[in-house]
Write a protein that binds this ligand. Structure first.
Ligand code: 2U9
Length: 348
């Protein structure tokens, strides 16, 4: 009996040792559950097999084996719990490491566009004139022959009216506006003086394309009508504009010119921003750059919209936005503005 007892005790020790060794090697919670079933399982667990032997033992041996089984069971259960906790801790640490957020990383920049140089130039010009009390208005790009030509005193034989230079929608009747002036006619017909408006927008001319000419470009035109408006108002306002746009130290020159819708007419030059007037390629060695056209609104144009030219005078001006932007940002090629080349556009 004693030998049998010793043998059983030795088997239980061996079982415990084997179980603990295997437990050490376990690396996942799934394997751990297998181990639990194999050694501590209530049906076929290895420890259970020993319990079933107890009734076959002598009265004196039963409690010895019973206690030993309990001791081994407690030892294995506590080792299991310790290992389970270790594995859980490790899985948690690994998950935290895997999902770690570095809150000190700089954020990802969202791609943002910016204003086109033409829009930006229009806005700069508009700001200068709105500070002088002008309102910004916009009009249709498809116009009638009446608003684009007749009302502006453009005679039938004027070169601007050449069928070749205009994009006609309905020949002789409907066209793509060649200037934004038709909108000023609409404004004057709709309101009484005083009038102070600037009109930015697209205009269209059927022209040969080169580095400084395109079939579509942008204009800003301005119109002021009031009692006691003189050429001195025109000169003062446009000189102010020229200096705000191109620098306070600019010299400004008014040069007599001709337009059908203004009389007298003048073109406005500034001293060359590149050579300051000494002569270079940009100013074609003249020392001067033309920036806009202007004049006192022709009495026929005033009469056409129902304004009495003996009571009201007006001045008007017009500039090509691409030309202004090319001078301001030293760009030598007008087609860059409509080319959609991001290497060009991103410089603004
Ligand atoms: C009304 C009366 C008069 C607008 C004017 C110019 C002179 C002018 C050109 C500049 C460069 C056109 O884009 S460009 O080729 N414009 O020189 N424009 S006076 O005169 C008006 C407008 C409306 C009712």
């Amino acid at each position: 009996m004693i030998e049998q007892l010793d043998a059983l005790l030795a088997q239980l020790d061996a079982l415990q040792e084997r179980a603990l060794r295997e437990l050490e090697a376990i690396n996942s919670l799934a394997e751990l559950e297998d181990w639990d079933v194999r050694y501590l399982g209530r049906h076929r667990g290895e420890l259970k097999n020993f319990s079933t032997l107890i009734p076959k033992l002598g009265k004196a041996e039963r409690p010895v084996i019973g206690q030993k089984i309990n001791a081994v069971k407690e030892k294995l259960e506590s080792a299991l719990e310790t290992r389970r906790q270790e594995l859980r801790d490790r899985e948690l640490r690994e998950a935290l490491e895997r999902e770690r957020l570095d809150v000190t990383l700089p954020g990802r920049a969202l791609p943002a566009g910016h204003m086109h140089p033409i829009s930006r130039t229009i806005l700069e010009v508009a700001r200068i004139f709105t500070r002088m009390g002008f309102q910004v208005v916009q009009g249709p790009e498809v116009e009638t022959d009446y608003y684009n030509f007749q009302a502006l005193n453009i005679p039938v034989d004027h070169p601007a009216r050449d069928m070749q230079d205009t994009f006609w929608v309905v020949p002789g009747e409907i066209l793509l506006r060649t200037q934004t002036s038709p909108m000023q006619i609409r404004v004057m017909q709709a309101t009484r003086p005083p009038v102070r408006v600037i009109v930015p927008g697209k205009v269209f001319r059927h022209e040969a394309i080169d580095a400084s000419h395109e079939a579509m470009f942008h204009q800003i035109e301005g119109l002021l009508v009031d009692e006691r408006c003189t050429m001195a108002d025109l000169k003062g306002s446009l000189a102010r504009f020229a200096r705000e746009m191109f620098g306070e130290d600019r010299r400004v020159r008014f040069r007599g010119s001709y337009f059908p819708f203004t009389e007298p007419s003048a073109e406005v030059d500034i001293d060359c921003i590149l050579c300051k007037g000494s002569g270079c390629r940009l100013c074609k060695y003249s020392g001067w750059l033309e920036i806009l056209g202007s004049g006192m609104v022709h009495p026929r144009v005033l009469r056409e919209v129902g304004y009495d030219p003996r009571k009201y005078r007006g001045y008007a001006f017009g500039m090509g936005v691409e030309r202004i932007a090319m001078l301001k940002y030293a760009i030598g090629e007008i087609r860059l503005f409509s080319g959609n080349d991001l290497r060009f556009l991103r410089q603004f």
